[in-house]
Ligand binder design. Structure first.
Ligand code: RIB
Length: 343
């Protein structure tokens, strides 16, 4: 008995079911931001009903744009990136695109492998929060072809767009707050390996200390948390700090995730915040206001950062597009983890 020839569902079948032209179906798949949401919904419903599967390789061969956007961030375990990626996801989804997210875990080799795998899919583009602070490495990534938007990184003279908060201003906000409360024995808990945004906020903190007429060499002690896996290292770092009296009265921590770990270690050693030590974080994660005590921190507009990165990437395909850097301002959020020094 002759086996029935299975006819592959085509774009015309989808158009017929949706009641639109095949061209409109093609636009909905390849440039969804150019099709109304209502028409896109009709076409998505017709695709589901007919079981149509766009042939990605055929579309790419015809020079059409992929709906896939690769996102590579430093540490998917840090809630900061979860909130940023929420902004990316919502904006890409509204435009009919999809985000594929990877975590480099601050490992350059892992970042390189993920970028290579993503580039092989000829994606619409890449949103990259790079591990390295070396512009040459970013230039090599850009040279591989897909449009790149840098997240939380300066574009400098690179042929890319970038979104970033002014971290120097953020670090200065933390310094002004602690020095303004009267703290003179300060400490900073920074990141190892170095992260550009963290280095900048720490430089901003030291600028603030200097501008208050204090010599950082006398008033600021530096510690470093090993990232991305904080907990194993945090106890040892806190022990080193407690073994070097006098205990600082004011601490600025590289981010809220680390400040939470530091708070946990101090509390376990009956070091009270803010009675014995005031603590300032950075990012303003959703949980920071429900810590005990609620954390004073420097807020980054996380959702807006992600949304702006996705919007810049979608416009990379426009003829008139010009690369740009979109900047955001940080904001100090004062809560109960800081107070004037008691000693
Ligand atoms: O990835 C480390 C930190 O850099 C995050 O917590 C966020 O502050 C980013 O700027």
């Amino acid at each position: 008995m002759e086996t029935p020839r299975t006819t592959r569902v085509g774009i015309r079948d989808v158009a017929r079911v949706a009641g639109v032209s095949p061209t409109t179906v093609s636009h909905a798949i390849n440039r969804p931001e150019r099709v109304s949401r209502r028409t896109r919904e009709l076409i998505e419903q017709a695709i589901a009903e007919t079981g149509y599967v766009p042939d990605a390789s055929a579309r790419l061969m015809r020079g059409m744009l992929s709906p896939l956007v690769g996102c590579v961030v430093l540490d998917i375990g840090n809630p900061f990136f979860g909130e940023v990626l929420r902004g990316v996801e919502d904006h890409l989804h509204a435009s009919g695109c999809i985000a594929v997210t990877c975590s480099s875990d601050l490992d350059p080799a892992r970042e390189t492998r993920y970028l290579s795998l993503l580039q092989a899919q000829r994606p619409r583009g890449l949103i990259l929060n790079p591990v390295t602070v070396d512009p040459g490495a970013v230039r090599r990534i850009v040279a591989q072809g897909s449009p790149v938007v840098l997240l939380d990184h300066d574009r400098a003279d690179l042929p890319v767009c970038a979104v970033k908060v002014d971290h120097r201003a953020g670090g200065r906000l933390a310094a002004d707050h602690l020095v303004g409360l009267g703290h003179r024995q300060l400490a900073i808990f920074t990141a190892d390996p170095e992260i550009l945004g963290v280095r900048e906020r720490m430089e901003g903190f030291l600028d603030g200390v200097r501008d208050a007429g204090l010599d950082p060499a006398r008033h600021v002690t530096r510690y470093a948390f090993q990232l991305p896996h904080l907990a194993p290292d945090a106890e040892a770092v806190v022990e080193r700090m407690l073994a070097r009296p006098p205990l600082p009265t004011g601490i600025f921590c590289l981010n809220d995730q680390s400040a939470t770990e530091l708070l946990r270690c101090l509390t376990r050693r009956d070091v009270a915040v803010p009675r014995d030590v005031s603590l300032v974080g950075y990012d303003d994660l959703a949980d920071s206001e429900v810590l005990s005590p609620p954390l004073t921190t420097v807020r980054q507009p996380k959702y807006d950062l992600g949304r702006a990165a996705a919007d810049l990437l979608l416009h990379e395909a426009d003829q008139e597009h010009r690369h740009e850097q979109v900047g955001f301002r940080p904001e100090l959020v004062v809560r109960a983890s800081t107070a004037p020094p008691s000693r």
